[in-house]
Design a protein around this ligand. Structure first.
Ligand SMILES: Cc1cc2nc3c(=O)[nH]c(=O)nc-3n(C[C@H](O)[C@H](O)[C@H](O)COP(=O)(O)OP(=O)(O)OC[C@H]3O[C@@H](n4cnc5c(N)ncnc54)[C@H](O)[C@@H]3O)c2cc1C
Length: 367
């Protein structure tokens, strides 16, 4: 008897983790517009120290042992037929194929700025994009970071520490940055940014230029009344995310275009369809990319196929995790209660990276 076929639509962070956990048990097919796992995490590290970032966040698929049992299709998802139970994929040459499924996992994420784009890319194009953004910032004497979320704060922090001679400024509309984190996280990081010489500018809401998905150099105008600001490089990290759901029937989406998803990761009204990650409207913070929810998803897919009841997850009310990424002296993680935990480099290397991430998440990484 043939095994149930599970199609993972989007092999980014959550798609890969889910595929790894289902491989071997089912006939798993992973569809991805990228030839590698290119994480959306730790933008600041990626821009300032791309090689260091790549060690943890950029993995060609063939390096991940956990994907050995997954058939990978490099192409762009362009349609879903719920009746026929197939997805349509446009391949790099322009041909289309249909992939049938018993279970479909929607994990196509969101587009955000220049660093998270859904287009089809070759390995060289992925590498060239990462390198070009790094060179652009490295060549600038002054950098303005617009935005108050983790990507903006982490970018300002890393730029100030890697390039102490540059003028770095951080502009955001509210009284404080990191509004989705506990207040203590911003208090702490604000002190560190101050100490590193970053100019901090609350109460600045930028007038958006035509393109915010590239690094710009024109003056920034403010709708909050301040005079225009100039910098050699202006980085827009304003959280203007767009769900990558143009290929899905509108009936599956909420009014902002995200996939309607229960806390059991089921897409209501679509038998055997699940969603996870930034694309899944499970809760106000859309937090199913974090909190080990991929384990729940793998379990619920098994339960669905075996006719057992599904479980749900409890979304956190606040953001938690790392803001600045892995540094030479280790990793700082902020809890949802705002506590700061610093894990020194040796335990991060030996325990977190080697055991938890490389072995636990990916079942081994070929270096
Ligand atoms: C273990 C873990 C730890 C995390 N820790 C933190 C943390 O500390 N702090 C924090 O802020 N966040 C953290 N996050 C969350 C993270 O920042 C993002 O939320 C996460 O990267 C989103 O994953 P995703 O799979 O939804 O999207 P993505 O990783 O963006 O994956 C989507 C994929 O789908 C592809 N795709 C899109 N459209 C198509 C299409 N039409 N056809 C084919 N492919 C397509 C994209 O190219 C991409 O490869 C963590 C996530 C994980 C998994």
């Amino acid at each position: 008897m043939s095994r149930p076929r599970v199609v993972i639509a989007g092999l980014g962070e959550t798609g890969v983790l889910t595929a790894v956990r289902l491989a071997g048990r089912y006939d798993v097919v992973g569809i991805s517009s990228k030839p590698a796992l290119v994480s959306g995490q730790e933008l600041g590290l990626r821009l300032t120290r791309p090689d260091w970032w790549a060690r943890d966040y950029h993995h060609p698929f063939e390096r991940l042992r956990g994907l050995d049992g997954v058939r990978r299709v490099h192409g762009e998802l362009t349609g879903l037929d719920l009746e026929a139970r197939t997805v349509r994929v446009t391949l790099p040459g322009g041909d289309s194929v249909e992939e049938p499924f018993d279970v479909l996992v929607v994990s196509t994420g969101v587009s955000n700025g220049f660093w998270r784009r859904p287009e089809l890319e070759t390995p060289d194009q992925v590498a060239a994009g990462i390198d070009a953004a790094h060179r652009r910032l490295a060549a600038a004497a002054s950098i303005a970071v617009i935005g108050g979320g983790a990507a903006a704060v982490g970018t300002a922090w890393n730029a100030a520490h890697v390039w102490p001679d540059k003028q770095i400024d951080l502009y955001f509309p509210g009284e404080r940055a990191l509004p989705a984190h506990h207040g203590r996280v911003w208090s702490r990081l604000r002190g560190e940014l101050d100490a590193a010489g970053v100019g901090i500018h609350p109460g600045h809401r930028a007038v958006l230029p035509d393109r915010v998905d590239e690094i710009t150099d024109g003056p920034v105008e403010w709708s909050t009344g301040q005079g225009a600001t100039s910098a050699d490089a202006v980085l827009w990290a304003i959280g203007l995310t767009r769900p990558n759901t143009g290929w899905l029937p509108p009936g599956l989406l909420d009014d902002r275009g995200y996939v309607r998803t229960g806390l059991d990761l089921v897409v209501p009204g679509a038998r055997g369809v699940f969603a996870i990650g930034d694309v899944a409207a499970t809760d106000p913070l859309r937090s199913s990319a974090r909190n080990f929810t991929f384990k729940l998803l793998a379990r619920n897919i098994r339960a669905h196929l075996e006719g057992r009841p599904l479980r749900t997850f409890t979304p956190p009310k606040r953001r938690w995790g790392s803001v600045n990424g892995y540094q030479d002296d280790g990793l700082v993680v902020f809890t949802a209660q705002g506590q700061r935990l610093r894990i020194p480099r040796l335990p991060v290397d030996r325990l977190v990276r080697a055991h938890v991430v490389d072995r636990g998440y990916y079942r081994g990484v070929r270096r």
